[in-house]
Design a protein. Sequence first.
Length: 220
Amino acid sequence: MIKGLIFDLDGVITDTAEYHYLAWKSLAKKLDIEMDRAFNEQLKGISRMESLDLILKHGNKENDYTEEEKQELATQKNEEYQHYIEEITHDDLLPGIERLLKEAKEKGIGMALASASKNGPKIIRQLEIDELFDGTVVDPASLRAGKPDPEIFLKGAEILGLKPEECVGLEDAEAGVESINAAGMFSVGVGSEAAMHKADYIVKDTKELTLDRILKAAEK
Ligand code: G16
Ligand code: MG
């Protein structure tokens, strides 16, 4: 029986991907590296430092910076990103998400956040949904390995006091779906069939996410 939903943040609850993209693009420009939206797809769901490494590699500059300089570059990106997320309000919840969160709360379904973002707690406060995730946000800084490793979703289940098979994970990134599957949970993928082909249940848009549909699919 399904007793918990474990959510990715960016791309599932709200669309911060565009802000990550704009902030990375502006840093890449300063470093004389071209990056477009297609390349940006690879950065979804992975950590800040892993994203920077991929961008440097993309520009053939992976050996040009010391660890310290890379930390400084990542900080610059994050400062620009934080300006963007200041503007987030409750209205930035993706369509259907508020209803899903309400339905889950009413039915006593546990909810946890499995986001790679260190800005997650601030974003859910701005969205005014932090009370629903009180004490159930996995701290990405505590992880040994990021997505696609199952650790982040397993920690989410542990925080909820549930077994992995009692949880459903919701993701929009391929690395995230792999993480959910490896955790032994039912995976819901938001996105195109092609991008989400590894998910157990696929919806094109968050609008299609209702608790009823998710539970029916997971408990089949
Ligand atoms: C999000 C984004 C990634 C980002 C990561 C780390 O993950 O999808 O692009 O690199 O968080 O974010 P920050 O720099 O804020 O720590 P998720 O797991 O919410 O999709
Ligand atoms: Mg995501």
